[in-house]
Design a protein around this ligand. Structure first.
Ligand code: IFM
Length: 397
């Protein structure tokens, strides 16, 4: 593409990447989720099983990142592999992740490493998971072992993926393990996640003072359905709690903001509670509304933190790959606008590199730029991946 044809040009050094998580792609894990999956909890009756076999095929995955002309790759470490028994750290597992990081570096790909993407070692779950008083310390010990091995080679860390989504589904809604349904337990889990982030922030920094640590925060664009003072006030309250509560608690232990954007919620509030009024006319395969303008609003909302922002996830389930290319471009247009309007966005990771295990939804939703054959693990490129590769190559479109 000729330079003059690029309308949306991003700054040099902008990070273009994709995101994955250990449990969703690695296969062969043994953690609190695998235990729960075996109880027939997954919508399509599946279990994560061998997933994409990425624990073995990580070089192939990184080759795909290269094929996408990407200069970043966000992946997570599986805590249950690294610390299968409390206080006993598996050298082989740590070495494995070191090789993954080295492979990224060899390919000029910046590794963006997540410590906790929702799965727990069995011993941790047995002790009560995030409800245990000492859970932040247990997490800190894990972070310490990781930092000793990888600290010098990794710059970008994300301690916890989507703490609000995770704690809400696991401790309030009763949907994910350990299926608790209690406001107080939710609050406790959230408080412990906050403490875990803070402790591991200092641990990671003590091994590399130049590292950059954040969380991946799933922020949503909430809008009032009617223009009443009451409806607007409720939306303000929800926005504050969902988008900013966690970030405000950790704002002194944040080097950048990691943003995951998926949802727009049109809220009708009454004294009986609030309901979502989204028409979902344009939606992904899971029925989630596609609303690119929301990423602009959410980014503008983060301006007040005065920190660089990296988009660590944004994507859709689209098995036919009919909407993905437009989805990427339309979100990037709004990101570009948010940059023009003063937000310091420095990177974009598409969710996801591969079709993978979508938690309680199983394998049916297809989020990948690459299709994965569940038997042979062969990866096949989807047309939208080529569009994304062009964008990354030209640093714009
Ligand atoms: O697959 C998930 C991921 O683990 C966390 N963010 C949202 C994605 C799509 O639901």
């Amino acid at each position: 593409m000729a330079e003059q044809d690029i309308k949306y040009k991003f700054s040099s050094g902008f990070l273009w990447g994709t995101a994955t998580s250990a449990h969703q792609i690695e296969g062969g894990n043994e953690n609190n989720w695998t235990k729960w999956e075996k109880k027939g909890q997954i919508k399509d009756g599946s279990v994560s099983g061998r997933a994409c076999n990425s624990y073995e095929l990580y070089k192939e995955d990184i080759r795909l990142c290269k094929e996408l002309n990407n200069n970043a790759y966000r992946f997570s470490l599986e805590w249950s592999r690294i610390e299968p028994e409390q206080g006993k750290f598996d050298k082989e597992a740590l070495k494995h992740y070191q090789k993954v990081v080295e492979c990224c570096r060899k390919n000029n790909i910046e590794p963006l490493v997540t410590l906790y993407h929702w799965t727990q070692p069995l011993w941790f779950a047995k002790l009560g998971g995030w409800l245990h008083k000492r859970s932040p310390l247990f997490f800190r010990n894990y972070a310490e072992a990781v930092a000793k091995q990888l600290g010098r080679e990794v710059t970008f860390w994300c301690t916890i993926n989507e703490p609000m989504i995770y704690s809400y589904n696991s401790y309030l809604k009763g949907k994910w393990p350990p299926q608790k349904k209690s406001y107080w337990q939710w609050k406790k889990a959230l408080d412990n996640l906050i403490k875990a982030h803070k402790l591991s922030y200092f641990t990671l920094h003590s091994h590399n003072s130049k590292c950059k640590v954040s969380v991946a925060k799933n922020n949503q664009f909430f809008e009032p359905y009617v223009d009443s003072i009451f409806n607007k006030a409720v939306v303000k309250l929800i926005t504050h709690y969902w988008n900013y509560y966690f970030l405000n608690k950790i704002k002194n232990e944040l080097d950048y903001i990691g943003l995951n954007y998926y949802f727009h919620n049109l809220i009708y509030a009454s004294l009986k509670g609030h309901v979502l009024m989204n028409e979902n006319k344009i939606a992904n395969d899971l029925g989630w509304e596609i609303y690119p303008k929301g990423i602009y609003e959410v980014l503008i909302g983060l301006k007040k933190y005065n920190l660089p922002i990296y988009i660590l996830e944004n994507g859709l389930a689209d098995a036919k790959d009919e909407k993905r290319a437009d989805f990427i471009k339309s979100h990037l247009r709004y990101i570009y606008q948010a940059i023009k309007d003063g937000t310091d966005v420095r990177g974009y990771c598409h969710w996801s590199l591969l079709d993978n295990f979508e938690w309680s939804e199983g394998y049916e939703p297809k989020f990948g730029l690459y299709r994965v054959n569940p038997k042979t693990f062969e990866r096949t490129v989807r047309p939208s991946a080529k569009v994304y590769a062009e964008i990354a190559k030209n640093n714009g479109f």
